[in-house]
Structures are given as structure tokens and as C-alpha cells.
Design a protein around this ligand. Sequence first.
Ligand code: AMP
Length: 286
Amino acid sequence: MAVLAKTIAETRERLAAARAAGATVGLVPTLGALHAGHVSLIRAAREETDFVAVSVFVNPPQFSDRSDLEAYPRTLDADLDVCRRERVDLVFAPSAAEMYPDAFGTTVRVGGMGEKMCGAFRPGHFDAVCTVVAELFGIVRPDVAYFGEKDAQQLAIVRRMTADLNLPVRIRACPTVRDPDGLALSSRNARLSADERRHALALGRALVEARKRIEAGDRDARALAEAVRDRLEAAEGLDLEYVSAVDPDTLEDVDRIRDRILMAVAARVGPARLIDNIVLRNLEAE
Ligand code: AMP
């Protein structure tokens, strides 16, 4: 169980055998440093598909900042233990050369959805994410691929790409897993000092406040985003990048909340760039 495959050829071979035996395939793409957020995706895959593959690949082109790429935690042995415990069938952990051989020349270009919010601060990031996700889909050919709502913009963009390119994969979204104090789990949290971690809690708290106001009937998305912004700009130890109130599928700005809203924030806290969001759906239409 939890066979480690470092090459595309071996991965294909294992998957071909599973598919020949009639198994449905679930894929959980990750950058590794697995935590309970990743585990929730793995468990959903374990429940819903017969053969679960987890990819562990720190994808260099999606890091705009070299120091962020170098500091990103790499914990393959611990990740393999997690995958064994969760009864993962295959861990695909390729090298960069395996994924990007010398002749590699294609980049998926995301439109406007990839240029706002995080995309405005990380140019080319979502192009690189979609390129590697499309490549992983080609290698693993999953029936279902699992993504976290924690990365809500990534989720919307991957859904768009999958629909636009008619890729034969179902995208499943899983809710954000948080620590008991409300901090959204992230591999980058490991870089926070105790003080920085305390400062980071402001993100989740501001979103909880916005959620309460929406649930109480407040429908003015701009004013709500403004309130979140004011609160986070005043928060200690936190360098706010953006607050956005958008449609969770199209990422288009929303002025007046009708049935669905994604309120997303990003900020730098010490050495880490953190993101968080809330998604509210099926709100009563006015
Ligand atoms: P990453 O390794 O950070 O690229 O994350 C791999 C997948 O796990 C992505 O689909 C993320 O959205 C998802 N993920 C990361 N953190 C969480 C979390 N706290 N809760 C749920 N899913 C998460």
C-alpha cells in the first residue's frame, strides 16, 4: 500500500493495472508537507473512489518568489507515513526534470480569472498551476480530482479549465480544515513564530464576522469587504494584500449579494503569505 512512484512510466503502469481491474481513480494533487487539510481530501477520495493517488510535487514555476520556493517544506518521508495511514494506493512524487524535461514547451494560459486576487500579487501563478494540473490529469487520468476550498481561486480556475478543455475529470471541492482556534491549516503555518501565529488569527476572525453579518441579512458586498479590510488593516503584525467579494464560480466582483458569495483575503504575516476565505451558498434570494 502507498507505493511510491517517482516516474511517469511507473505511475502509468500502476494505474493501467488498477483501471484494468475496473477501479475508479481519485487524485489528490498536493505540494506535500501533508496536514489534516490534505488528509480530508484523501479521505474523501478514499470514500468515493477505488484507487487513490496522491501527487507530491513542489512545482517550481508556480512560485513567483525564489525564496518562497526554497523555504517551502519538503517532508516526503512523513508524507509517505500519512499516505500509508490513510490507505493511499499510490504516491506520485516526481522530480522537476521528470515533469519538465528539456523539450517541455507548453503553458496553459488562464484568462482574467487568474489575474485578479492572488493572481495580481503572483503573476503567472495560476498559469503554472493549471499547466501542472493538466499534466497530472494526463498522467493519472483520474475519474475524480480533489481540491480544497481553502484555495478558492485555484478551485474556481481549475473547474473553469476542466470545463473549457472538456477534460474528462470530475472536480470535487472539500471544505477548509482549521485548527481549533480558527486558523486555516496551511503548510506555510510551520514558518510562523508564536506571535505571528497569533497575529494570523485576525484573518479567520474577520471572515467569521463577515459571515455573521451576511447570515443576519446584510447584502451589501462592498460594505462588507470594506469592513473586513478596515479590520485587517488595523490588525497587528499583518500586511494585507487584498480583500475580495466575488462570485465563487466566475470570480466576478459582486456588489449586492444574491445567492452566493466568496469573501477572500490574503496577507503577509512574518515570512509567510497566508490566504483564507469563506464561501456562502444558497443564501435566501431577496
Ligand atoms: P497544497 O499542498 O497547499 O497545494 O494543497 C493541496 C490541496 O490541499 C489543495 O487542493 C488545497 O486547497 C488543499 N488544502 C490545503 N490546505 C487545506 C485546508 N486547510 N483545508 C482543506 N483543504 C486544504
